[in-house]
Design a protein around this ligand. Structure first.
Ligand code: UDP
Ligand code: MG
Length: 325
């Protein structure tokens, strides 16, 4: 019989772990699906790890992974995927904002032969205006870069083992899971779901961390900003041609050039355009530097199954330096 693994990244979610496990257990049992829950504690500062251990006591369905520090959600998802043993693997937030009731529906679609089942938001839930605008801008760029409509995409999805292996085999450290899972292809369908209110705890995303996240992922997934630099350069060049011709005409017709203001403006404009461009290029170089260091995406401090330490099952994210040598 097929087993469904549910990967749940958790960062400071002590209030949600017990409830999420209970709800998932009920939903999956009712639907008659054999399952395992892979709870990844992303270096939480609260009692999340204790809660995971408590939930997993005497329950071999629960695998708990404890990071040595906070590595971010993407890393937690990745570690979860690497350790999941199911034939089909679902990823969802552990704050119950992704309704577990949708899992059986996704599972049926998988049984019908779909390999990627994307969860698509019906609406975005309650968000502040600024937040909405930021998110909208980010997804606009991402949608164009990936050719997939990302506006209502989420990290809630179910994937066949084969798809997960493809994702795991990708060597880059900086991975944008949401876009990668559509990049790999395979037979895909989607299921709509309503984003739920967070019941307890708080969102880990401030507007600032969202902006940082957006930049990192844009750079991780597309080189479009580098083309902005080229286009900006071309525009500047055309404008300077106009100005050069104008200045030459002025010179040869004997008009004195009263150019102080113009020169200052032009110099400042071009100067800032150059610095901006250098900044963009620099950002890519920084990311390349991070990638070639081949640091692992995550470090696992502990792993438990059914309350027992299971260090033999650890799949540390081994660096693949040799590929570069
Ligand atoms: N999360 C994580 N590591 C982080 C930040 C968040 O594993 O550094 C997890 C978090 O525990 C939750 C999911 O990612 O299960 C989504 O986070 P959150 O609910 O804060 O985001 P939102 O739903 O507000 O977008
Ligand atoms: Mg949430």
């Amino acid at each position: 019989m097929s087993v469904l693994s549910v990967v749940l990244p958790a960062y400071n979610e002590e209030l949600m772990i017990a409830k999420t496990c209970r709800v998932l257990r009920e939903v999956l049992k009712d639907a008659g699906i054999s399952y395992e829950l892979v709870l990844v504690d992303d270096g939480s500062a609260d009692h999340t790890w204790k809660e995971i251990q408590k939930a997993g006591k005497n329950d071999t369905h629960i695998l708990g992974i404890h990071f040595s520090r906070n590595f971010g959600k993407e890393a937690a998802v990745f570690a979860g995927l690497a350790h999941a043993r199911g034939d089909v693997i679902a990823v969802m937030d552990c704050d119950l904002q992704h309704p577990p009731q949708v899992l059986p529906e996704m599972y049926r679609l998988w049984e019908e032969g779909y390999q990627v089942i994307e969860g698509v938001k019906k609406s975005r839930g309650k968000e502040s205006f600024f937040h909405k605008e930021c998110v909208g801008f980010f997804y606009g760029i991402m949608s164009r870069a990936t050719g997939v409509d990302m506006q209502n995409a989420s990290d809630f999805k179910m994937m066949d083992r084969q798809v997960v292996e493809s994702i795991l085999s990708m060597p880059e450290r900086n991975m944008f899971f949401r876009a990668t899972s559509s990049w790999v292809g395979y037979k895909t369908t989607s299921v709509k779901f309503e984003v739920q209110e967070r019941e307890a705890g708080e969102s880990k995303w401030s507007s600032w961390s969202l902006i940082k996240y957006a930049f990192t992922n844009i750079v991780a997934f597309t080189t479009a900003p580098l083309q902005f630099v080229t286009v900006g350069g071309a525009v500047c060049f055309v404008l300077s041609l106009v100005l050069i011709i104008y200045s030459l005409i002025q010179y040869f017709t004997g008009h004195a050039v009263e150019g102080y203001t113009t020169i200052v403006i032009v110099m400042l404009l071009i100067g800032s355009a150059m610095m901006l461009s250098l900044g963009i290029i620099g950002y890519y170089i920084a990311k390349i530097y991070e990638e070639v260091k081949r640091r692992p995406r995550y470090i696992i401090a502990k792993i438990v199954r059914g309350g027992q330490e299971a260090s033999d099952t650890v799949r540390q994210d081994k660096s693949r330096r040799q590929e570069f040598l």
